[in-house]
Design a protein. Structure first.
Length: 77
């Protein structure tokens, strides 16, 4: 997972906020797609792609954060 080090925290955070809250005026797509997934209504390929597109920065940010703290913890020992 060394490729994850190429992403900076500020860029991932901005992307997560931007894509996680889009569109600004209405219900965020990410929340809408997760609701559809939980209800079992996420069946169209475009909806699945939309979920992946809006969730990817959040997933990458979570993975990078976990990796950061694991590496930090292992270097302190």
């Amino acid at each position: 997972m060394k490729w994850l080090d190429n992403f900076s925290f500020p860029v991932l955070l901005i992307l997560t906020i931007f894509l996680g809250t889009a569109p600004i005026g209405g219900q965020p797509h990410l929340l809408e797609k997760i609701t559809m997934l939980m209800a079992g209504n996420l069946v169209k390929p475009i909806d699945i792609f939309d979920l992946l597109m809006h969730a990817t920065p959040l997933i990458l940010l979570a993975l990078k954060t976990i990796r950061y703290f694991k590496l930090k913890q292992s270097s302190e020992v």
